[in-house]
Every structure is written in structure tokens, then in C-alpha cells.
Design a protein around this ligand. Sequence first.
Ligand code: ATP
Length: 309
Amino acid sequence: MIEIRELTKTYGGFTALNALSMTIDAGTVFGFVGPNGAGKSTTMMILATLLGPTSGTAKVGGYDVTEKPKDVRRLIGYMPDFFGVYDNFKTTEYLDFYGASYGIPRTERQKMIPQLLELVNLTDKADFYVDSLSRGMKQRLCLARCLVHDPQLLILDEPASGMDPRARIEMREILKELKSMGKTIIISSHILPELAEMVDEIGVIERGQLIAKGKVADIQRQMRASRVLTIRILEREAEAANELRDAMHVSYVQHDEKGIHLHFGGDDAEQSGLLLGLIEKGYKVITFSEAQTDLEDVFLEITKGAGAP
Ligand SMILES: Nc1ncnc2c1ncn2[C@@H]1O[C@H](COP(=O)(O)OP(=O)(O)OP(=O)(O)O)[C@@H](O)[C@H]1O
């Protein structure tokens, strides 16, 4: 659905995107994460044909964003991080206005608008003025606006920013529904654990370069250094902790009332070997568990040092 090759964008002498390459398959919900100023919005605006690249190419649905912007625009719905709404419209009129600007006939708009309002949970606000809506509701209305022409790809720049937890959950549910409708979605955010729950894949961008991309679980698995094991042993736990300090791939062993905590740098086979070794030495292992690193940890680990001057 998306093919980005060596995409570079410079603002004056400043390089915001530095030969960024990545592909996103149709039907994927892709989380685009990175610290402030990493280049997420720049990438999304280029995909949305609102900004021209300095060099490199970006294609959406096979169409080049520079050569075929009109074809690209038909395929996409773009929600910027800062959006303007027309406060003197009522909710329904607002969507009707956008539908009309896409050339959608009136009878079709009349059918579609209630469906869109239902999708974004604003049915009961159909006759409210836009400026009377809360921030979260306005954001959902903007999302509905992006959907008036039934685009295949949604480009959502920080849709969860400034939302309270309940509003974010609502947004997540809406995205799930859109995914089930077969849409491809790119969503950027700083709220990493939130993203982890709703995306299939993540791409981590730092200083205009993609520094990691893959399924959330795969990226977590690659992060060997952050694998943290906790082991509880029935008797002689302190003795086991001491032995573990000398074991292969083990670093940072700590022993407290909750058990032995250690960092393990080996792979899955080596991890099972560690457990087997303890049992063979006669230790009665009660639990042997791997702490789940969340996306926040992964992100911090991956970007460690990458942002340093
Ligand atoms: N019009 C512009 N002129 C000059 N520099 C710009 C312009 N737009 C963006 N930049 C710079 O390019 C870099 C990338 O910006 P971009 O908005 O793409 O980052 P981002 O990852 O979306 O960040 P954020 O999460 O803060 O929105 C930043 O350093 C920004 O200051």
C-alpha cells in the first residue's frame, strides 16, 4: 500500500528526513513512533501530498505522491495533528460540507453521514454546533471527516494527543472497527503503550531515519538486553543467585524477597538451558518468568544514544 524509497526532506540546511525507506502492506495498522521532531509529521504530510520531498520517492497504492497527487488523494484520508474545524457548522452540516467538496452526491451524503456519526460515536451530537463539542469529540468528528470519501488509507497524525484515557479507549475502538473494514492505517503517537495495543507493526523513527521496524512482539524479542527474568526457588535461593552470577549470558543478578531478578542476553534455547541447569543442580524452581517489556521500554532501548548530539 505504501512504498517509501530513500525519502529525504530538508528545510533550508536542516535534514528532517534522511533517506527513509519503508513499506507498509495493505490492511496493516502501522504505528509510527519517535521522539519530537523525528520526522513523523513530515513523512505523513509527504504521503498526504501536502509537502514535496527533496529527493526520493513515496508511493501510495502504486501512485507516486509527486507525479499523481490527485490519485493519491482519492485513496487517503489525512488527519493532521493540528486541525481546524468550522465552528459555525452543526456536526451534520460539517460532514455534509466535506462530502460535497469531494463531489459526493446529496442523496449519498444523506445516507452516509449517519453511518459515519455512528462509527465515531457522535450520533447524539448530530444537531450540535461543532464548537459545543469537547476536544475528544472534535477529534472524532475530524476522523469522520477523513472518511467521507471512503479512503483505503488513513494517515492519522497523533490522533490520541490531548485526549483523556476514556477518549483514547474510544479512539482505539474506532480504529479497531476501521481495521475490520479493511482499511490501512498509519498512526503516529508518543503514547507508546497505547499504540502497542492497537497496531500490528511499529516503525521507530529517530532523526529522520527508520531505526527499527517490525511486529511489536518481534521487536521486543530482538531486544535481548532488556529481557528480564525472575526466578523463585523453594530452598537455597541465595545460593542459586550466587551461582547464576557466573552463568552464561547472565548479567545484573539481584536477589530480594520476591526472588532472583536477572538480565539475560541469550536466546530462547539458552534460556531454557538456564532453567534446565538449575533443575539438574537440584534447585526446586517454583517460577521462572520473563518480564514483559512494553513498547515504552523497547522504544527507550532502541533510541538510547541515537538522539545524542
Ligand atoms: N516548515 C519547517 N521549516 C523548518 N523546519 C521544519 C519545518 N517543519 C518541520 N521542521 C523540522 O523538521 C523536523 C521534523 O519535524 P516533524 O514535525 O516531521 O517531526 P515529528 O516527528 O512529527 O515531531 P512531533 O512529534 O513533535 O510532531 C523537526 O526538527 C522540525 O523542527
